[in-house]
Structures are given as structure tokens and as C-alpha cells.
Write a protein that binds this ligand. Sequence first.
Ligand code: ASP
Length: 309
Amino acid sequence: MNGTPWALALHGGAGTILRSKLSVEEESRFRDGLAEALQAGTQVLQKGGAAVEAVECTVIALEENPLFNAGRGSVLTTEANVEMDAAIMDGRNLEAGAVIGLNTVRNPVSLARMVMERNDHVVLAGQGAEVFARLCALESKPTDWFVTERRRNQLEEAKKAQTVSLDHNDGKYGTVGAVARDTGGNLAAATSTGGMTNKACGRVGDAPLIGAGTYASNKGCAVSATGHGEIFIRLTVARDIAAMVEYLGLSLEEAVRRKVHAELPALQGAGGLIAVGAEGAPVLSFNTPGMYRASQAAGESEKIAIFDD
Ligand code: ASP
């Protein structure tokens, strides 16, 4: 395929993910899930498809996998419900769509894309978002379908410990996201999450907030983040990285390094992110012991990793 070399990266959450805590079987299930999602996106890009299509397909594959904290298998609120958030952004024209507080839409990222493409608004929340999903004929499921036994147990533990925990702090699961560059040189980003275990009803993290957990501009880069959402919101992490690239002319690596290894830790902001720019390989970076992640660039083999090695 002619044109710009395509590239794709994805994450399945960052956190206290230690080799000692993950059995061989669990590790291989995660690796399979990451590989499957990577292929869903690379198939689009290899055929010359759009970056925005690639990030949606990648994130759908992760939402469908209950190992990850998005779609079915999302973590639970303090009232044992799911409240799922997602966002998508097209770097070609800065169009964006986001949805907040869903509890019946099977693939929140697809609803975010519908908001971007078929709605005059950028963000829809709660009941209004659910109604729009029906209008778009997106698949819905009863709320119980999203709730897994593991998540109920996690919620009980968080309640006993009186914590609001990041999924990754028990070393198991995480928010998902993808960034892509297509052969037309266009960038896109998407993020989808159930948020944090034992979160207050109505709490919104960084994932669906354009510029915090999700951002894409062809002039800068595409970013999808995972971590302690409140800190990512305060640092407008995703937009700031794109702005550092666009206005300061920093390399993507340097812009990411400043955010992930200097500004976030200064506010105790644990987490990581994936980013891709107008050229070169994607950058995957985190300040936690691990991050579920995978990437591939045109002409290169796929990379799948979990721990800090
Ligand atoms: N960033 C997400 C949130 O705060 C959580 C995560 O990345 O797992 O909702």
C-alpha cells in the first residue's frame, strides 16, 4: 500500500501489574486478547482504511473481552452498576464524539463514533446517550450482562478496604484505548472504560473528556491514556502532549516523557498512555509497574507486552 506508513498502538490499562501476580494462563489470555485486538485494527490499516475505523475496531475487540475494564467486564460503581464512558477523535478534522455513564450499550466506542458522525453535539451523557443509541440501532444488552462475577468480588474488596480503586491496582484489568495513523497520514484516537471500582455514581474520568484521556490532531499526535483519571483531567494530558509537539516542536518521545515521567508523578498521577505522530513508531509509556499494550507499524512485526521490560 502506498502513502504514509501506517501504525497502530493499543493499551488495556496500566497499573500494578506484576509478573508475580499473574499466572501463566492469565498472562497468555491477556496476550491473546491484545493480539486479537491489534489484528482487528491492523487489518483495517493494511487495506488502506481510515485511522478512525482502525481505532474503533481495535477498541470494540477489547470491549468484547471481559478481561478488560470496558464494555462487558467493566468495573462497578459503589451501587454495583456499570457506568461506561468512551470517546473517539479524528485528527484529520478535529471531529470528536464522547459518551458518558452508559449501562446498556454493548459497544460504547461505537456510540461515541455515532455521536461524532451523526449528531451536532460532541458529548452525550446518561439517558440521552442511551436514547441516541436506540435511534442509531446500536446493540443494547440488559445491564446484568455487563456485570461479571470478578467485578462483584472486586467491588466487595474495595468496599471492605474503603477505597475507590483503579482497576489496575489489583494488578488485573484496565481501561482500553487505541491510536492509529493511516496510509493517508491521518491520525485518530479512541478510549473506552468502566472507570474506577467503587466510584461514586455519576463520577466521570478522563477517558471521555476530549483533551484529557483522548485527543487526536494531525498537526500534533493522537493520544489515548489510562490511569488515575482525576489527575489526567487536571493536567489535560492528551491535548497537552499534542500541543507540545505542535507548538514547541518537541519529539513525540520527549513530549510523552515530560507528561508521564515528570508532570504526572509530581501530582501522584499513576498511569500511562499510547501516542502516535505524523511519522515514526508509536510511543507507549507508563509510570506504573506495567501496562497491557501492543503495537505494530507497517513492515514490522507486532509487539505485545505487559510488564516493564
Ligand atoms: N482512566 C480511567 C478513569 O479514571 C481508569 C483507567 O484508566 O483504568 O476512569
